[in-house]
Design a protein around this ligand. Sequence first.
Ligand code: FMN
Length: 207
Amino acid sequence: MTLSTDEVNRLKTAPAVEGVLPVLHSRWSPRAFSDRDVAPADLAKVFEAARWAPSSNNGQPWSYLVGLRDSSTHSKIAASLAGFNQAWAPNAPVLILGVTRTTFAYNGGANAYALYDLGAATALLVVEAAALGLAAHQMAGFDHEAASQALEIPEDYALGSVIALGYQGEPAMLANERLLAQEVAPRQRKPLKDFVFSAWGSPLDLK
Ligand SMILES: Cc1cc2nc3c(=O)[nH]c(=O)nc-3n(C[C@H](O)[C@H](O)[C@H](O)COP(=O)(O)O)c2cc1C
């Protein structure tokens, strides 16, 4: 007997804080994905969210390689995943590889903020996905070299994360007990006092 998707979503929702967007509390990273495909119009919306992310010098260095189920891009991204991600992520109907150009297009100079900007764009992407009722789960656990080669990523691009995107499935569909335990575990976060400082190590007084 395990939890239903509704029960697990209630458990995963962070306590509401007035004035904070509810979607930021309800977004989480499931591993169980249903068979349901994502409509192209919804895919367009999640990339539109990434499109409007801020970036250093407005360089917009990010690109996303999108593998739809049964495509060679989906298979290549799935094949690059580490074993602990292979156990669940290939079930997602969409696998996305986020990459970022490490040189500025306008002058060829190094862009030290390329990965930072990709992360910012991807954060907006996953929040938009959650707002649309989609589930998104980012992964660093993949073979960068294998993915670069298989997907012919140009030399001056760095790899960020693979994102599994789709609709949340029933936790019971997961392949093993460890995945199931992760799926129903409450989400943990540090308190603000541990990372918001007025001077190094001194919590900012927010009362
Ligand atoms: C850059 C990045 C890499 C991650 N890599 C993995 C991964 O390889 N496998 C995995 O199962 N989850 C991965 N995650 C998901 C995190 O474990 C998850 O976001 C974190 O535990 C917080 O949980 P929440 O997103 O449900 O709030 C990754 C998340 C990010 C942002």
